[in-house]
Ligand binder design. Structure first.
Ligand code: 57M
Length: 359
């Protein structure tokens, strides 16, 4: 919005020229989202306490989690609000890709909010039925997939990190692939969100890496030089990524151990879905498995554990899945698990950036 309001004034005052630059608006978006969380976070937490919107902690989890009963949840509402407000303020509103990212975060956030509401309103309820939740996620992801498919200049090729000469064309099947990526990312972030700061940290790192890639993909010269797909208009998506970075950093301020607030499904499903959608939009889908390696590892640990558990009628690979619980059960303190997962996430993020030159 600021671009449309202030950039035209650059003929009167040259300083307004900065609104033309995506880099400047990315920083603006990140700072705005961060400040929204920092300023409204305490009010939000107090309101949730007053409304008794607190976490219902399952008693079959690690014992150290029992003290978390009643911690205010649904902090994701504030993250989504911050991301939406700062994207609307700093991005160009004549760009359909910006609206697509906003649609995704709101759609997946609504699924999560409904799920959280059911868990909180009916204490001890497991929330939305797994099949119903999956169906809604598939609906949301299909809309994104079809939008991309019918978007002018659609390209069904996949870009494979490290291999510049291998780019299989999926044609219409790209829509199904997009559904898989978005739904998978949404659920993987949700599974990861089980320790203080564990989902928000890697989300900051993933969004920061995608900020860089979105900017590069939108820049015809840089994209050509780095041999990555050029997606016209995707530079504006970098502003959305910047808002996620700022919003999640602001959230982390309160979610750091010992957490004063959890993001709830409203946050985890929305952020995961948003990361998946960005990966699809800028055609760096496979890269998400590297950047979001922590989310992939967490989801894989659940699949292995559940599969093995069913196959052997009760035996386990990990002491508990998702595997952050495994380390807790082994006696690691919660912040140690979280910081070590962050370290892995940072290394994976740097590795993902390195793929730009290693091809
Ligand atoms: C939701 N939710 C957290 C919070 C957060 C198939 C199965 C593996 C699914 C899985 C599952 O349901 N995962 C998704 C995980 C919950 O956090 C809330 O949920 C939101 C995210 N969706 O924002 O609102 C708890 O996580 C802790 N937490 C923090 N800090 C945070 O910042 O400490 C969350 C955020 C909170 C809090 O304790 O209450 C959750 O873990 O429930 N199921 C599981 O994860 C369960 N695993 C399991 O049953 N494993 C089995 C196998 C055979 C399936 C096994 O390994 O034996 C575990 N989760 C719990 N207890 N709580 C184990 C049992």
């Amino acid at each position: 919005m600021l671009y449309h309001l202030l950039y035209p004034l650059h003929t009167t005052f040259i300083g307004f020229n900065v609104f033309r630059y995506i880099t400047f608006r990315c920083i603006g978006g990140a700072v705005t989202a961060f400040l929204i969380l920092l300023i409204f976070g305490p009010m939000f937490i107090r309101a949730m306490q007053r409304l008794q919107i607190g976490q219902v902690v399952r008693d079959d989890g690690p014992e150290s989690h029992h003290v978390k009963m009643g911690v205010p949840t649904m902090g994701g509402l504030l993250i989504i609000l911050a991301v939406a407000v700062s994207t609307l303020l700093w991005a160009r509103l004549d760009n359909p890709l910006v609206w697509l990212t906003l649609f995704t975060i709101l759609f997946f956030g609504s699924i999560g909010a409904y799920d959280d509401y059911r868990k909180i309103a009916k204490k001890n309820s497991k929330g939305l039925h797994a099949k119903g939740k999956l169906l809604l996620q598939v609906v949301g992801a299909s809309i994104v997939g079809l939008f991309i498919y019918f978007h002018p200049g659609f390209d069904g090729h996949l870009s494979i990190p490290f291999f510049k000469n291998i780019y299989p064309d999926l044609g219409f099947f790209y829509v199904f692939f997009a559904i898989f990526v978005i739904v998978g990312a949404s659920n993987a972030v949700n599974l990861t969100d089980g320790l203080d700061g564990l989902a928000a940290g890697p989300t900051v790192i993933s969004a920061a890496v995608y900020l860089v890639f979105s900017y590069l993909a939108g820049h015809v010269v840089l994209a050509d030089y780095l041999q990555i797909p050029h997606v016209p208009g995707s530079g504006e998506v970098a502003i959305f990524c910047g808002a996620i970075v700022g919003g999640c950093l602001g959230f982390l301020w309160f979610n750091a151990y010992p957490a004063e607030v959890f993001m709830g499904d409203v946050g985890s499903l929305a952020l995961g879905g948003a990361l998946g959608a960005v990966a699809i939009i800028i055609k760096q889908e496979i890269l998400l498995a590297i950047v979001g390696g922590i989310f992939v590892m967490e989801a894989t640990s659940v699949m292995l554990q559940v599969g093995f558990f069913k196959l052997t009628k009760g035996k386990r690979i990990f002491l508990m899945a998702p595997f952050h619980h495994h380390f807790e059960k082994k006696g690691w303190h919660e912040p140690k698990v979280v910081v070590r997962f962050w370290i892995i996430s940072i290394i994976l993020g740097l590795f993902a950036v390195a793929t730009l030159k290693l091809r």
